[in-house]
Design a protein around this ligand. Structure first.
Ligand SMILES: CC[C@H](C(=O)O)C(=O)SCCNC(=O)CCNC(=O)[C@H](O)C(C)(C)COP(=O)(O)OP(=O)(O)OC[C@H]1O[C@@H](n2cnc3c(N)ncnc32)[C@H](O)[C@@H]1OP(=O)(O)O
Length: 299
């Protein structure tokens, strides 16, 4: 009895933590009106963002607008948000692969939409919409990998930083072209780039608009691996790569990602408390009991 009350309390605090994590950054108290910017973006149609959830707990999210190098039209920005909501509710999920159709990653915002909302007010609203969505992507309790083939430009470079890992094919490049457009990143890419490569390297990439090729990306910590060509295609190789990080029960994989998200985003004391709460959700759970019963060794 005492055990189940204790367990229930732990689960409730974990649920509270999950709700907190999935909250968006901006709401009406920040002057954000999602409907207003969605109405402006809606006329910019074309392309799609598709999601396939595998029975093995690995989902594949495809940015699909090849005639514009997978640029995000207005409707695709909204579809991305819907797909992230879907993933937030997928309790069986363990991992996510984000990739672009037809062997290229993404060339950022659709420039037709950008021109139509080039006034400061709409620009900030679009920025808040995309920051909300990409922050929710980064906070998913799924281990996420961006498969970068071809080009990841502008907002496309920012999108790949919202994943936990980046795999690049040999001929690919990540390029923060914002300065050439008279801009700085606005989808959260600068903040995440600093966390990934440090402020000096981030400054180099944004100020030079350098084409970041795979070996350099690997050296500075932007990429996690280079996929060489072979019999398996890049998507198959990414599926194999992610499998070594997503073995075992979904609840344990999800707890692993949650402790990392908590550690990354919270102050040390809050993070330690969250770690305790998340620990409580798996301690004595089925995967833990099975390992104890089997007498699992790690040699
Ligand atoms: C915060 C994010 C930021 C923002 O929203 O503020 C942005 O993301 S701004 C957008 C940044 N991206 C760009 O500026 C990309 C501009 N395009 C290019 O540099 C090139 O098109 C490139 C390098 C992506 C591909 O070059 P390539 O020679 O391989 O092909 P094409 O140039 O012939 O491109 C094929 C076709 O795609 C259209 N395209 C490419 N990117 C976009 C885009 N972002 N928006 C709209 N359309 C795009 C390009 O115009 C071609 O169309 P076509 O009708 O054949 O001329």
């Amino acid at each position: 009895m005492a055990y189940s009350i204790w367990r229930c309390m732990l689960n409730r605090s974990a649920t509270r933590w999950h709700l907190y994590r999935s909250l968006s950054l901006y709401n009406s108290s920040h002057g954000f009106n999602a409907e207003e910017i969605k109405n402006k973006l809606a006329p910019f149609t074309g392309g799609s963002v598709t999601l396939v959830k595998g029975e093995n707990g690995i989902a594949e999210l495809c940015i699909d607008n090849p005639s514009r190098m997978n640029a995000f039209t207005g409707t695709m920005m909204m579809e991305l948000e819907e797909r992230i909501s879907d993933l937030e509710n997928w309790q069986e999920g363990k991992g996510l692969i984000v990739y672009g159709a037809k062997n290229t990653f993404c060339s950022g915002s659709d420039l037709n939409a950008v021109k139509a909302i080039s006034n400061p007010k709409d620009g900030i609203l679009m920025c808040m919409l995309m920051q909300n969505t990409l922050t929710r992507l980064q906070r998913l309790p799924l281990i996420s990998v961006a498969l970068v083939q071809g080009k990841a430009l502008g907002g496309g470079a920012e999108l790949c930083t919202a994943c936990d890992f980046r795999l690049m094919t040999e001929d690919s490049e990540i390029r923060f072209v914002h300065k050439l457009m008279g801009l700085v990143p606005g989808w959260g890419g600068a903040t995440r780039l600093i966390q990934l490569v440090g402020s000096r390297n981030a400054l180099k990439l944004l100020s030079s608009t350098l084409r970041v090729h795979p070996q350099y990306a690997l050296n500075i910590g932007l990429a996690d691996d280079i996929l060489s060509s072979g019999t398996d295609g890049p998507l198959e190789k990414t599926q194999t790569w992610i499998a070594s990080y997503t073995k075992g029960a979904a609840e344990v994989n999800r707890a692993v990602k949650k402790v990392i998200t908590s550690g990354r985003e919270k102050l040390i004391e809050d993070s330690l408390r969250s770690e305790k709460d998340i620990f409580g959700t798996v301690w004595g759970g089925p995967a833990n009991m099975q390992a104890l019963e089997k007498g699992t060794k790690h040699n």
